[in-house]
Structures are given as C-alpha cells and as structure tokens.
Design a protein around this ligand. Structure first.
Ligand code: 3PG
Ligand code: MG
Length: 418
C-alpha cells in the first residue's frame, strides 16, 4: 500500500497536490461537485498540519480535443462557434478555484498557467492555497514524448517538497502532473480519497470475501473484456447485462434481432464463456427482454418472454425473469462489484433493469455485503436512483476504476512511496 499524507511530516512544507477536478462545466459553472467534495478531507487535513503552502493542480477536460469536437458539431449543426467563449465556459480552472474557495471558506488564489510560478508560490502567505490553471493547456502534460513531460513535471515539482496525489480518477493516466512529477520529488504520497479508492477496489480485484458477484453491463464487450477476464479469477457469478449481453447471446446461437452486437468480438465472447465454465464461474445472461423497434425514449416497450429477440426488435433492457435471477445471486453475495448499466436507463421505459439492480445491490449492502460501484454510467445510475449512500463505495473514477478492476497497475499509484 502506498504511503499517505498521514505518514509524512507536512508542517512548514510546500505541498503540491494533484486532484481530479475534471468536473462537468456549463458556461463556466460547476455542474456536479462530487469530485471537488471528495478531495476536501485531504485538503482540510493538509491545512491542519500548518504547511508552508498548498498548490493544487488538475486537468479540466482537454481544451484541444474538446474544441475540435465542439467545432465539428457546430459546423454540422450550422451554428456559429466561438473558440474562446467555449474554452472559458468549459476548460478554465478559475471558476473551480472560486468554487473550492466557497466550500473551504478560505481564499484560494489562482494563476492562469502552470509554468513559471515559483515566485508566486514563495510569496503565498503561510498556509496559503494556490490553484493552477488546467494542466492540459500545456501540451507537455499528456505528451507521448517523456522528455517533454519531464519539462512540465520538473517545473511543477518546484512548487512542492511533498507531492500528494489524490486524483484517483486520473490515476490511469501517465501524465506530467499525475506520475512523472514524482520522479522530481523524493516524497510522494496518497491523499485520503486515493487511499479509500484503493482500500475498496483492491480486495475486489484480488481477494474478495466470497461469494462475489460481478455485475457488468454497458454497451460494448470490447471495453469490458479486460475486466471480465480479471474478474473470472475471483467471482462466483458474473451477471452480463446491457448492450454487451447480446453479443454473448448471439455466440450461443440465440436470435438477437436488431440489438447492439460486436461481430468482431464473437470469438472473444465465446472464449470468455469457455473460460468461465472451466473455472466454475456462473455467467448470467438475460433470459427475457424489454425490446423496442427503434432506439428512442418514446419507443414502445415490448416484453419478450424468452432469450430469442424477433428480427424487427432490439433489446433495450432486461426482463422480470432475468431480474429474479439477479435477485437470487445478489442477495446471497458477500461482495458485489458493479460496472455498467443493465439497459438503456437514460430512457424511462427502459430503466427498470438498472433501477432494480441498484435496489438489489443496496439491499445486499444493508445485509452486510461489500458493494463497490465503478464506472461513469453505473455511478450516474446509482445517483439517479438516489442510492449512492446505500453502497459501500462509489468510485470517483471511470476509466481508472475499470483499469484497476482489470488488474492493471495505475501509474498515478505506482509512482507513490511504498
Ligand atoms: C475522467 O473523468 O475520466 C478523468 O478525469 C480522466 O480524464 P480523461 O479521461 O480525460 O483522461
Ligand atoms: Mg475519461
């Protein structure tokens, strides 16, 4: 386990801390502050230790990529596009610094660049907080060329004698501010959020209390195959739902109509089913469906009481018989890990499978099971049904929690002192 802020002396020290304040923004306003609030306990603790100063850094979207995407969309829709206005609304860290200041009830100073701030840091009042501009305005941050990354990492390292990484959500990225910086600072430790994420995710991917049920959903097999393979090591059962389930049904010879399918992944799905059988891991696929004849929110839901889906229909959600299989498994589990929705829960008519699943996981948790929810969409689902407080842990990481569950070592964790 990585060392944490509690293992080192912070008094009188200059601290540089990586946070994941990559929060949704609209017109320069924070839309969801979960990730900001999640870093507060570490920030509060550091400030209580009376450091010389605390410099915070994060990315906030990716200005170059975000502009490209938005510009293309505006062109397609025939709408005008103002690049500066767009960036100000989405990628500038100043409003986030102000938001943090209001939460902390303390001044948070802001500088519009990550480079050349040594004098500014030195001039901070004792215990003063400074937030740097979005690290991704500097191409060095994400550069594939490590010599470039080192330029930014070395500059950032001048702002701290201790590097604290609390950015679990970005720990799967090997960037200047997430990992490379640790090569320039002898003391690199985890914050409390990072520690908590590891505490919950580690056992799930290594030695969970059994039986463990993994619930894996979402649109694509291709993005979940690594997780499925790793979970085969410890799970007693894997529930496969959502769009990816139809690829698994197809490879078993069922008709899937117009449902989502990845034909390139049929053999991968087949291998996985074969592997599961060898290891004695039960795979639970939908045995009935809620279908529609088109993919839209006002499509008419049609119940199909078997695995086979008619030619003119597509699967949109799991059916009630499938949910009773889930109930049996989930309520008898000691550990539950959930990544990805069971159906198109964004559409009211097709949300029931995901909603019921969320309630079942909450019920199992109340009975003493350990439940870990990771991945953007399943977290969004749990929040939508107001159940996040009923889970043992809801990860702040999407890609990061997925890679953790794949059994990979994350660069933002590997770089910390052991
Ligand atoms: C996220 O929201 O996924 C993290 O903040 C990482 O961001 P990224 O996917 O743009 O690297
Ligand atoms: Mg991401």
């Amino acid at each position: 386990m990585a060392k944490t802020v509690k293992d080192v002396d912070l008094k009188g020290k200059k601290i540089i801390m990586r946070v994941d304040f990559n929060v949704p923004m609209k017109d320069g306003k924070v839309q969801d502050d979960t990730r900001i609030k999640a870093a507060l306990s570490t920030i509060d603790y550091i400030l209580q230790q009376e450091p010389r100063s605390l410099v915070l850094m994060s990315h906030l979207g990716d200005p170059k990529k975000d502009v490209k995407k938005a510009k293309e969309k505006a062109e397609k829709d025939g709408k005008p596009f103002n690049e500066e206005e767009f960036i100000n609304g989405k990628n500038r860290m100043k409003p986030v610094a102000e938001y943090l200041s209001s939460l902390l009830k303390k001044p948070v100073e802001f500088v519009p660049s990550c480079m050349g701030q040594s004098e500014k840091v030195a001039s901070l009042p004792s215990g003063g907080i400074l937030m740097l501009e979005n690290t991704r305005f500097h191409e060095e941050e994400t550069s594939k060329d490590k010599t470039k990354q080192k330029i930014l990492a070395e500059e950032l390292s001048k702002y701290g004698e201790v590097f604290v990484n609390d950015a679990f959500g970005t720990a799967h990225r090997s960037h200047a501010s997430t990992a490379e910086i640790a090569n320039f600072i002898p003391t690199s430790v985890a914050g409390f959020l990072m520690e908590k994420e590891i505490k919950y995710l580690q056992p799930v991917s290594t030695n969970p209390e059994k039986p463990m049920t993994a619930i894996i959903g979402g649109a694509k097999v291709s993005s979940k195959i690594g997780v499925l393979e790793n979970l085969l090591k410890n799970a007693s059962a894997i529930i496969i739902g959502g769009g990816m389930a139809y690829t698994f049904l197809k490879v078993q010879g069922f008709k899937i109509g117009k449902s989502l399918v990845e034909d390139d992944f049929l053999s991968v799905a087949e291998d996985l089913l074969e592997n599961a059988k060898k290891r004695g891991v039960e795979i639970i696929l939908p045995i009935d469906h809620i279908c529609a004849d088109n993919f839209s929110g006002d499509a008419k839901p049609v119940y199909i009481d078997e695995e086979n889906i008619p030619d003119n229909m597509m699967g949109m959600d799991v059916g009630k018989k499938t949910l009773s299989l889930y109930k049996e498994k989930i309520l008898n589990s000691k550990t539950i890990v959930w990544n990805g929705p069971m159906g198109v829960f964004e559409f009211e008519a097709f949300a029931k499978g995901t909603e019921e699943t969320a309630y079942l996981v909450a019920e199992a948790t109340a009975k003493g099971a350990l439940s870990v929810v990771g991945g953007g969409d399943s977290v969004a689902a749990v929040n939508k049904f107001n159940l996040s407080s009923k889970m043992s842990h809801v990860s702040t990481g999407g890609g990061a929690s997925l890679e953790f569950l794949e059994g990979k070592e994350l660069p933002g964790i590997a770089c910390l002192n052991k």
